[in-house]
Design a protein around this ligand. Structure first.
Ligand SMILES: [Zn+2]
Ligand SMILES: [Zn+2]
Length: 365
């Protein structure tokens, strides 16, 4: 039985979303249908607008109530509240070793625009549209996702708090805790004070990283970084970041973490490292293009440059941990969130792109 939903449909890159009636496909055996209560907006929802065939239904930080389950679903029940995270194939060597964040088919699963088998989950006026974004497309009242994408977290926390956990917050915290494994007294420089960067700052404070330096061009975001635990905040607009880092840690930083996608920031994130330092990067300048880069800066530091996917996190175990840290007051990510009604999605995007709001969360009810 097909389901009708209201989805925010994007017809032009960086144009307005329009709320339209769409039809969701029948569930496959391993899928579930979720009535979306809340969905975060992530910077990736902006970046992909130039890459995708449109029209498209985006959104990849959904939370809601399970309304239907496919015939092979066993762990998740109708009526449960679930938080939806990223897609993985469940079939490649990395997935079979429970490393879904480095699934061989990660790009196809999350950015393919359809199910892995090529079938479509959403139709608009009878025609398939680009959807199944992160195997969810959560800018809608209902979404089809896979049982393995979702986490059921104990009640007692609101949908608006659960929704944004599945991507940016998980990525920021996970990169520090799981990938780079930053420890007490380790120096850490975080470039970009958006959702991912500020989540990294909070995780860095939690493990006792020091000095813990935030770098951004936005003064109010730097103030927030200081409130959330950064020991220093440098305005990138003033330049000379590697030199300023060395004024505080003369040998350079043990860890740097680049979240901004700005060319200068990636160069600075490498240049500020100590010998054998580690730089994690969750985005890249100039997607798909070349840019000036000096490998000798890595070689002469015996440094490590690592691309990080999804904070090396398995959502079913990591997201409940983050909720626990938040409840203990150690990971106050509620400070990043501003809620909007679903009908105000265009305003929410405007506020994200201007930098005024860090983590907009849409409420569907
Ligand atoms: Zn896989
Ligand atoms: Zn995201």
């Amino acid at each position: 039985m097909t389901t009708t939903a209201t989805a925010a449909v994007l017809h032009e890159p960086h144009g307005q979303f329009t709320l339209e009636q769409v039809t969701l496909d029948d569930l496959k055996p391993d899928e579930i249908l979720v009535r979306i209560e809340a969905s975060g907006i992530c910077h990736t929802d902006i970046l992909v607008q130039d890459m995708f065939q449109l029209p498209a239904v985006l959104g990849h930080e959904g939370t809601g109530i399970v309304e239907q389950v496919g015939s092979a679903v066993s762990r998740i029940k109708v009526g449960e509240r679930v938080t939806i995270s990223y897609g993985s194939c469940n079939n490649c060597p990395n997935c079979l070793q429970e490393l879904p964040y480095i699934c061989d088919n990660s790009v196809q699963c999350n950015f393919g625009g359809s199910r892995l088998d090529g079938t479509h989950t959403i139709r608009l006026a009878g025609e398939p549209v680009t959807a199944a974004f992160f195997q969810q497309s959560s800018f809608a009242t209902h979404a089809i996702t896979l049982e393995r994408n979702v986490v059921s977290i104990d009640q007692g926390i609101s949908a608006q708090m659960l929704a944004p956990l599945g991507c940016g917050i998980m990525t920021g915290a996970g990169s520090i805790l799981n990938t780079l494994k930053v420890g007490a007294k380790d120096s850490l420089v975080v470039f970009g004070a958006g959702t991912v960067g500020l989540s990294a700052i909070m995780a860095g404070r939690m493990v006792g990283a020091t000095p813990l330096i935030a770098v951004d061009i936005n003064a109010s975001r730097l103030d927030l970084a200081l409130e959330l635990g950064a020991t220093h905040a440098f305005n990138a607009g003033e330049g000379e970041i590697p030199e300023r880092v060395r004024e505080i840690c003369p040998r350079g930083a043990k860890f740097s973490f680049e979240t901004s996608g700005v060319e200068q920031a990636l160069n600075d994130a490498i240049m500020c490292l100590a010998m054998a330092g580690h730089c994690g990067m969750v985005t890249a300048p100039h997607y798909g293009e070349k840019y000036p880069f000096s490998p000798s800066e890595i070689f002469f530091r015996a440094a490590n440059l690592q691309g990080v996917f999804l904070g090396s996190a398995v959502p079913q175990t990591f997201l409940p941990q983050l909720v626990g840290f938040q409840r203990e007051g150690k990971f106050p990510y509620e400070r990043l969130i501003k809620t909007y009604h679903f009908t105000d999605i265009n305003q929410a995007f405007k506020d994200t792109e201007s930098g005024d709001v860090i983590k907009p969360v849409l409420l569907m009810d």
